[in-house]
Structure formats: C-alpha cells, structure tokens
Design a protein around this ligand. Sequence first.
Ligand code: NAD
Length: 478
Amino acid sequence: MSNSIIIADQDTHFFSDVCQNFDHAAQFTKHDAGLLDQIKSCNSVYRFRFPIRKGNGFEVIDAWRVEHSQHQSPTKGGIRYSEMVNEDEVMALAALMTYKCAIVNVPFGGAKGGIKINPKNYTVTELENITRRYTVELAKKNFIGPSIDVPAPDYGSGEREMSWIADTYATMNPGQLDAMGCVTGKPIALHGIAGRREATGRGVAIAARECVSVGEDMQKIGLTPGLSGKKVIVQGLGNVGYHSAKFLSEFGALIVGICEYEGAIYNADGLDVETVFLHRKTTGSILGYPGAKKEFKNPMEGLEQPCDILVPAALENQITLANIGRIQAKIIVEGANGPTSPEAEAIFYKNGGIIIPDMYANAGGVTVSYFEWLKNLSHVAFGRMNRRFEENSNLNLVNMVEGITGVALSPVQRASIIKGASELELVNSGLEDTMIRSYHEIRETLLNNPKIGNQRTAAFVGAINKIAVSYQNLGVWP
Ligand code: NAD
C-alpha cells in the first residue's frame, strides 16, 4: 500500500498500551521476533485534511484511516467521529481490530478511521459533505473497497453515515457489482443486514452471560453462577451501551446503574432501560429519571456504585489509577475499546476481578459486519433460498410424527417447530455461536497455560498464533 504518512504528534499512549499488552502476550508464544514485529506494527497510516463549507466560510477537517494489518483482506474497522480523535487512538483501535477479527475467526485484517469533529456542531448537510468527502479521499488513495478496506460505524457514526459512504463509493465505481460491500452497518433498506445495529451490544451481553455461566470461575471470585439477578452498571447509552443493557436485562440481569456524559443514575432494585432511554430522548438527559434512587452530576461517580458487573461502553481510558480503588464490580465487560488502563487492570486482577477484554467482548459488531459483507457479495439475503423449504420439510415431519403417535401438538408448538429461520434468526444464531465458541477458546488458552494469567493476555496469545499462521500460509514467514 502506498501513501503511508506517519505523523506522531500526540502525547497519548493508547497504541503503546495495546503494544505493551501484545508484548506481554508474545512471551507466551514461540514466534520469531521479526514476525511478531510485523504483526504488531501498523502497516499503513493515512492522515489527510480537507476543506468543507461551513456557514459563510470554510473549515479544514482532520481525518485518518489506518490499516493495521493486511494479513487478511479486506481490512475492516469503524470510523470514529469525535473531536478527541487523534492518530495514536486510530492506530490503537486499528490494531485492536486485527486482534479482534482473529479472536472471533473473522477473516479480515484490522483497520480504523477517524474524523476530528464533534458531530453535534454540524448540520446534517455538513455531516453529509464531510462523510462524502472523506470517502472520496479514501477512494483516491485506494483505502476503501469491498476487497481492500471496509469501514463500519463507531463512536459518533451510524447507519446514516454508512449509507452516504456506500452511495459515494458506488457513484465513483459505476458498474462495480460488489460496490455495496465497501462498507457495513448500512441501513437494511440499503443492503444492510438484520441484527447489525444491535450486534455489538448483543455480543457484549452474550460474553457476560457466558462468563458468569462457568461455575468454577464464579466460585473463585465469590459470585454464584448465572446472570439472573446480577447487578450491572453500564457506562454510555449509545449504540453499544443501550443494547448491552437491553440484552443483559433480557437475559435476567438487573441494570442498577447507567452513566452518560451529563451524569449518572442508580437504583439497587433495577432501572428499566427502555424508559431511561425514552426519558433521555425526550428531556435530553438521564438525570431526573423518576425511577432513579440516586443521581450523580459527575458521571464517573456512577461507575463506583455497588454492582457485580461493570460494562464501560462509551470511550477509552475510563477506569484508571484515579478510580480503580473505588470500583466495586467483580467483573468488567469491556463494551468500549480500551476503557481500562493497564495500571488499573493490574490492580483489578490483584483484587481478584475478571476482565472480559474489549477485543473479544465487543466483537459482535464485526462478526455481523462480516455476515453483512458476505450478504453483499452473494447478493442474496440469508434464509431466502431455504426458509420455505425448511418449513415444508418440518411440516411434513410434524404431520408424520403426529400421525404415528396420535398426539396433536398445540398451535404454538407446531408453529415453533415448523418455522424456517429468518435472516435475523440466522444472524443472531451465528453471532451467539461465535461469541460462545470464542469465549471458550480464550478460556482454554488460559487453562492450558495458567502463567498467562488473565483473559486479555490469553485472547492476545490466541490472536497472535492465528495471525502468525496466516503469514506462514502466505509464505511470507517460515
Ligand atoms: P455511540 O456514539 O453510539 O455512543 C457512545 C455513548 O457514550 C454516547 O451516548 C455518549 O453520550 C456517551 N458518552 C460519552 N462520554 C461519556 C462519558 N464520559 N460518560 C458516560 N457516557 C459517555 O458509540 P458506540 O458505537 O456505542 O461506541 C461506544 C464504544 O464502543 C466505543 O469505544 C467504540 O469504539 C466501541 N465499539 C463500538 C462498536 C459498534 O458497533 N458501534 C463496535 C465495537 C466497539
């Protein structure tokens, strides 16, 4: 890939934190130092600036796209719209995408994008101009395409932005049959897939459920097995936070705390996620929610309230040396990328806690993005070819069993057995299978070598080994 411009002008350390975790895990592998270095480095870092018209004048926008690893193609990762985004952060997030895809066996390399704006300060027309121009800049440098690099939503972006990207790319590539596979997280009406919007949060909830289902692991940290009645605090009521809270509560957990940037609310008897969400939508704040027993103007205080499970699902670097001593949760499920600093993590482990790491916990989004990309390349919705066939086969079977046994099923039983799978059901089933299998792969890695010490390192070890095999298969490394 040409056009690699590396500008290290930030004093942040997110990428070095990721590399530090990588180096720690690499000790538990047997790979050549050169290969490890190749896996760890960011292959292509593209920084660019472009002007947009704003009001009566112009504004210059800073933007990035980082392709961390092309050991598999395409590369894949979301685009962050945030005034805090910087090159270090995009590099770190791109690296996490590489490891994440390996962990959940999604055949992509890792990438990430960033646009340095606060979307709240721009009109819809301005956001559209920014997104379309960003896409054109990527296309000019061959940084986007269904077999090259496939963006997705991240903090501050969603389906609307993805549809602008798809439309811009398709316009620039007339007649390209697979053009819609250039981006995922699109609206269903524009070649998206059922279940993508909620996929990351659903995956977070499945990860938490799988973790607490292992009795011997729960015994070690003094919790009973099972999600039922477990007290959960969620930070962030955006895409990941809202859906994590929604599915965790559907799985039987009690959402006792919710933190947003304007403040936090708490009720030890549980909060109703849907009505909190509606309250915030109508009033603009979670504060003042009638079902809360306590509220905090400082949202960080919300993280420190009594609970079993904490789900940071907003931004990185939220659990640090500054607050780890006051965190009461025994399990942290990282919905956001990089929410726990390495120093805080070490203390949390010392106190006997479990962290389900971001690279695995929030991989539901990229898993379903992979399904969306497959749908775009195959040009057919999942379930379309077989749904009716399955229903007819099941109906014949049920009729035959009823005839032989003389036992008639109730209409509800009949309907549930006969039914063929819809796209949403297939997507959710594929997601659940991926999250459960990957959880146990990580756990097995840890059980096979207890010196690895924790799930994050175990997840890294598994990812490094899989990526090393890809390089070896490519013939790039012996
Ligand atoms: P989002 O923009 O939909 O939501 C983020 C929410 O966090 C917003 O509601 C925002 O108000 C809130 N927030 C901001 N600062 C906060 C603070 N200090 N305290 C509490 N809340 C705060 O973004 P998202 O897509 O939900 O992404 C959240 C995190 O999950 C990011 O780290 C992102 O990289 C990660 N992630 C997202 C996806 C995805 O599919 N969207 C996939 C994997 C990982």
